[in-house]
Design a protein around this ligand. Structure first.
Ligand code: TPP
Length: 330
């Protein structure tokens, strides 16, 4: 399904909200990318730049008590689900004021109060973690759903089959969101993945859709159907959202890779499908805001990021004696 500005029925305020949420992820990650390259951050940083429409299109419809689990590329999911910018940035800086008190870092951001079970570096692990959360929600009878975000590489892990099997059988309120960004680390999709990822739901009889992950409205509409299905007790949906990772797999990869796994021409061509300028164009063409409105939002987000960085820089590192868990358990 495709959609144009005219058929969305979103208010001006809602459209600007989506724009703001995508731009926040973009600006935070641009900052963290620079910081990581400068050697100022402990640990590896994997950027979500280019994929923002997926996280925002889905998480903007979730409640605080709905669960999401993420992967190693998790800053965008954290922010899209309502995680705090300052607590995220401080965590990635490894500071005591971070959301996990600086013990987790980039790949383990989590905030249970917002339903963010957490990012993690075990490829495919979020699929089973979310299936468990959805089972718990079903047992609790609270109408909550679970959403697992993972990549095309993770779709090749056997756990996806196990999760599709049991969640379809038990009609669990879960949504599996594969962000097919074209690569599994340094391996292009076609070299490691056969067939269509969405089709993997077919043998289990699970609902499945393939969508343009760079089109926020298309993502939103697909997610709305999947969330309704889940809340109505109709079981899981596997969504394959086709998108593109603008940055490398990990910041600084050019310092250790001997060759290249994608051409500059390909990257430039794919960047033309950048979801954020496309969404800005949609807003402007529909007359839902002016360029000045969009510039004001950008300035506000830029200030928010600067403030988060200042907060992180002023914060102490964790005390090695502090073995306590993060804020989400406090
Ligand atoms: C179980 C496991 N196997 C291998 C790795 C090494 N590894 C880290 S990221 C990655 C690729 C993941 O690709 P994908 O799932 O498509 O996510 P993307 O990085 O594209 O967002 C691999 C193989 C790992 N972290 N965990």
């Amino acid at each position: 399904m495709t959609s144009s500005g005219a058929d969305t029925n979103f208010s001006n305020e809602q459209m600007l909200g989506f724009y703001r949420d995508m731009l926040r992820i973009r600006r935070v990650e641009e900052q963290l990318g620079k910081d990581s390259l400068a050697g100022n951050l402990p640990g590896a940083v994997h950027l979500y730049i280019g994929q923002e429409a997926v996280g925002v299109g889905i998480c903007s419809q979730l409640r605080d008590d709905d669960w999401i689990a993420s992967n190693h590329r998790g800053h965008g999911h954290f922010l899209a689900k309502g995680g705090d910018t300052r607590l995220l940035v401080a965590e990635v800086y490894g500071r005591r004021t971070g959301i996990c008190r600086g013990h987790g870092g980039s790949m383990h951001v989590a905030d249970f109060s917002k339903g963010i079970i957490g990012a993690n570096g075990i490829v495919g692990a979020g699929i089973s973690i979310t299936t468990g959360a959805a089972w718990a929600a079903q047992l609790d009878g609270n109408g909550a759903v679970g959403v697992a975000f993972f990549g095309d590489g993770a779709a090749n892990q056997g756990v996806l089959c196990e999760a599709l099997n049991v969640s379809t059988l038990w009609k669990l309120p879960v949504i599996f969101v594969c962000e097919n960004n074209g690569f599994s680390e340094f391996s292009p999709y076609s070299t490691v993945t056969s067939g269509s990822i969405a089709d993997r739901a077919k043998p289990y009889g699970a609902a499945h859709e393939t969508i343009d992950g760079n089109d926020l409205i298309e993502v939103w509409q697909c997610a709305a159907r999947a969330i309704k299905r889940a809340r109505d007790g109709e079981g899981p949906t596997l969504i394959e959202a086709r998108t593109y990772r603008h940055s490398g797999h990990v910041v600084g990869e050019h310092t250790f890779l001997s060759g290249t796994y994608r051409s500059e021409e390909e990257v430039e061509q794919k960047k033309a499908g950048d979801p954020i300028p496309a969404f800005a164009k949609r807003i402007l063409e529909a007359g839902q805001a002016s360029q000045a409105d969009l510039d004001r939002i950008d300035a506000e987000i830029t200030a928010e990021v600067a403030e988060a960085v200042a907060f992180a820089e002023e914060s102490p590192y964790p005390d090695p004696a502090d073995q306590g868990a993060g804020y989400m358990f406090a």
